[in-house]
Ligand binder design. Structure first.
Ligand SMILES: CC(C)=CCC/C(C)=C/CC/C(C)=C/CC/C(C)=C/[C@@H]1[C@@H](COP(=O)(O)OP(=O)(O)O)[C@]1(C)CC/C=C(\C)CC/C=C(\C)CCC=C(C)C
Ligand SMILES: [Mn+2]
Length: 410
């Protein structure tokens, strides 16, 4: 039975969100989930390439090496990220996590309601900061809901370090300290009750530390990088800050026992959902990000469209801008399509919330179109009515047989 020590106050959200009292939490032992050996699965989208832009190949077929203008072999971001996906899938299949860092014996108990209070606080933060995700989690089982809340809060605090009120004071050293805290909570030594909820979550689900480390790397990137030369660079950033969320979430969402999908393919779909969400987020926030001096859109694609940073700072919707945005939206939708094939492979109890989250976030793209691509001064959002309408649609989709069964693929 692992016990964890709760220590000092913590950065991130408001001071009220961190507690300074000492305390420990009782953690249950790691739950083991059994599933049949993964069988061969070719996702529908992998049966035929759907090229976009410069003909993006699907992971299973792209060459692992590309060549840069200087003729040097370079490994694409997609290949680097796919290697992470393969590792995460292998860990989940073996139900192992990377060796736990030097776990130390803990010597205190925290009242059981301390853990409940910790998770409840996570739920309040999730509800306050992300109503769409919170709505999705309300469709989950209690244990999964709490686990996603704990993951959400850690992700939000991590994002707030570079996007929040104290962002101007954050330094790479502070991010290093945040990573050290992450290692501590992964070894059952959280600093506050919000970390303690995640500590408890990783003791219940086979979640690996790597995606969390990579999200912190994404925040380091935000500290030093305000332009992206091409989609390869942007893809890596989207992996860091959002694809990682997908990888964190799969062990909690669970894969349906009847699924014939390979674990790798489900992780690829989770990654795709994160990438799709982040691309959508970037397209939604063009004006807002530009006012903070950040342009995430690939510089080479802007130039090919006859556009420049100045056009973005000017914020005038021209036909060049409309055509550029149409291609960007098309690419984001292709990542949503890739994600859709994986949602059907999740455990039944997780499909509805993930479908709901996917449909709602994707609708932001529709709203950008409805705004005539004015994402400079208009923030696209999905109204309450459309949000509620998406729920029964998501529920209907959650009843579909897993794609791997429908295609009779083995
Ligand atoms: C029900 C459900 C999908 C829950 C996931 C909730 C969760 C853990 C979200 C974490 C989000 C977060 C705060 C990440 C930190 C970095 C960041 C801000 C990422 C951007 C999110 C949107 O934030 P927001 O809209 O608040 O943007 P602003 O900060 O206001 O600009 C991102 C766009 C990334 C979000 C990524 C996901 C939600 C990926 C979820 C993927 C899965 C759950 C995998 C599902 C499995 C399969 C097989 C498809
Ligand atoms: Mn944003």
């Amino acid at each position: 039975m692992a016990i964890i020590l709760v220590r000092a106050a913590s950065p991130g959200l408001s001071a009220a969100d961190s507690i300074s009292h000492q305390g420990t939490l009782q953690c249950s032992t790691l739950l083991k989930t059994k599933r049949p050996a993964a069988r061969r699965w070719m996702p529908c989208s992998l049966l035929g390439l759907h090229p976009w832009e410069a003909g993006r190949p699907s992971p299973a077929v792209y060459s692992s090496l590309a060549v840069n203008p200087a003729g040097e072999a370079v490994v694409s971001s997609e290949q680097k990220v796919y290697d992470v996906v393969l590792k995460q899938a292998a860990l989940l299949k073996r139900q192992l996590r990377t060796p736990v860092l030097d776990a130390r014996p803990q010597d205190m108990d925290m009242p059981r309601n301390g853990l409940k209070e910790a998770y409840d606080r996570c739920g309040e933060i999730c509800e306050e900061y992300a109503k769409t995700f919170y709505l999705g989690t309300m469709l989950m089982t209690e244990e999964r809901r709490r686990a996603i809340w704990a993951i959400y809060v850690w992700c939000r605090r991590t994002d707030e370090l570079v996007d929040g009120p104290n962002a101007n004071y954050i330094t790479p050293t502070a991010l290093d300290r945040w990573e050290k805290r992450l290692e501590d909570l992964f070894t059952g030594r959280p600093y506050d009750m919000l970390d303690a909820a995640l500590s408890d979550t990783i003791s219940r689900f086979p979640i690996d530390i790597q995606p969390f480390r990579d999200m912190i790397e994404g925040m380091r990137s935000d500290l030093r990088k305000t332009r992206y030369n091409n989609f390869d660079e942007l893809y890596m950033y989207c992996y860091y800050v959002a694809g990682t969320v997908g990888l964190m979430s799969v062990p909690v969402m669970g894969i349906a026992p009847e699924s014939k999908a390979t674990t790798e393919s489900v992780y690829s779909a989770a990654l795709a959902l994160g990438i799709a969400n982040q691309l959508t987020n970037i397209l939604r926030d063009v004006g807002e990000d530009a006012r903070r001096g950040r342009i995430y859109l690939p510089q080479d694609e802007l130039a090919q469209a006859g556009l420049s940073d100045e056009d973005i700072f000017k914020g005038v919707v021209t036909n060049r801008w409309r055509n550029f945005m149409k291609r960007q939206i098309k690419r984001a939708r292709m990542f949503f399509e890739e994600a859709e094939r994986g949602v059907t492979e999740l455990s039944q109890a997780s499909r509805w919330p993930v479908w709901a989250s996917l449909l709602l976030y994707r609708q932001i793209l529709d709203e950008i179109e409805a705004n005539d691509y004015n994402n400079f001064t208009k923030r696209a959002y999905v109204g309450k009515g459309k949000k509620l309408l998406a729920l029964p649609v998501a529920y209907g989709k959650s009843l579909l047989l897993p794609c791997s069964l429908r295609n009779g693929q083995t």
